[in-house]
Design a protein around this ligand. Structure first.
Ligand SMILES: Cc1ncc(COP(=O)(O)O)c(C=O)c1O
Length: 369
């Protein structure tokens, strides 16, 4: 039966903030001076170099820019800084995070259109090709890699290939996949990749980052619709010495450095991916045995987070959530608009033994829900 983890009352089985290691949390426990090389060079610049190396083998062609705020701030900084006044953005969407990019474009008054799919449907390269053929004024295409709304993994390379063929700059929201699913951004034709500290790198929340093709970022001077969320401005300042333009979230950044060390120790992105896949497979198999059906078909499912359909019409998720939380696990409400679902994430400091314990807990309360 489940035992409480000594330093945390529960394990977060969410898409972020997620459960972090004790050593990552311990790394928060000192102050840093943002004027000195021991922070700017040894931590910030080091993190920027390591992020680029995680993203691609072509390290000379790319750079990493860190940005204060949650992941959405980095998405908004990217959208608002890279699409020029005479440009037009195509947002591919099959969930809440794709929709959010379209909302950002609207608020920023960018010229844009959306290719909207159902939440259960992956975007199709052949349809994208038709849209881009019919709208030659589209200059930028944005896609969400793992649509965390459902847990769907979108067909990144196929979509990016079509966007490139039409001469588009390709922007990827890899918020919940980067560091947990291996791919090379140069091989996949990604010009701007966005993620955040508290997802698959397993840091604590507080900043996001953008890995950008330098050749494309260089074109973004004076494009930004916001002073603070100016990706180019942040890059130019940070590139000099590792100094952030405005107050740096020092403790969070130091914890992220520790999280990067721990990713290396685990064996890099491939090893982490294997762990997440194992977690997810155990979860789905075990939940099926307990009578819970995954919302997505297997071929569309990511190894990050899984949506489960309510097992009965009178299933009370709030009640289920409260009982499971008391027993040591935090689940996540559903975000799908077409069905009653809840979600269980398996990223973070979460191991197969934790998933096995969760399944035991759910089995033990099966009659109460
Ligand atoms: C794919 C995706 N994009 C964007 C976001 C937004 O990130 P944040 O909540 O950190 O602003 C999330 C958050 O889970 C996400 O999963």
């Amino acid at each position: 039966m489940y035992e409480f983890i000594p330093d945390n009352p529960y394990l977060l089985l969410t898409p972020g903030p997620l459960s972090t290691s004790k050593s990552v949390r311990n790394a928060l426990l000192r102050d840093w001076c943002t004027w000195d090389a021991d922070y700017n060079e040894d931590i910030v610049q080091n993190i920027r170099r390591r992020l680029v190396a995680l993203a691609t083998k072509k390290i000379g062609d790319y750079t990493a820019v860190l940005m204060q705020g949650s992941g959405s701030f980095s998405v908004e900084a990217t959208i608002g800084s890279v699409v020029p006044p005479d440009g037009k953005l195509l947002v591919i969407t099959n969930g809440a995070y794709g929709d959010r990019i379209a909302r950002m474009a609207k608020v920023l008054k960018l010229k844009h259109i959306a290719y909207s799919c159902f939440e259960t449907e992956a975007p199709k390269p052949e349809i994208l090709s038709i849209i881009l053929g019919e709208h030659p004024d589209i200059t930028h295409t944005a896609l969400v890699h793992c649509e965390t709304t459902t847990g769907m993994l979108n067909p990144l390379s196929e979509i990016a290939k079509v966007a490139k063929k039409h001469g588009n700059v390709f922007i990827l929201d890899a918020m919940s996949s980067f560091g947990g699913i291996p791919f090379d951004m140069a091989d996949c034709n990604i010009d701007f990749l966005i993620s955040s500290a508290n997802k698959c790198i397993q840091g604590v929340p507080g900043f996001g980052f953008v890995i950008a093709k330098k050749e494309e970022l260089l074109k973004c001077k004076d494009n930004a619709r916001s002073l603070c969320l100016d990706l180019y401005g942040q890059w130019k300042e940070m590139d000099k010495s590792g100094k952030w333009r405005y107050t740096s979230p020092t403790h969070i950044v130091r914890a992220f450095y520790q999280a990067l060390d721990e990713l290396e120790i685990e064996g890099g992105v491939e090893a982490r991916y294997q762990r997440y896949c194992k977690n997810q497979q155990l979860l789905v198999n075990g939940m099926k045995e307990l009578g819970f059906r995954p919302f997505l078909p297997k071929e569309l499912q990511s190894p990050i987070i899984t949506s489960f359909v309510y097992p009965t019409l009178d299933f009370n998720f709030d009640n289920f959530y409260k009982i499971v939380k008391k027993l040591g696990f935090v689940l996540y409400p559903g975000k799908v608009s077409q069905a009653d679902t809840f979600r269980i994430g398996n990223i973070g400091e979460v191991f197969p033994k934790d998933i096995m314990r969760l399944l035991e807990v759910i089995e033990s309360i099966r009659n109460e829900i």
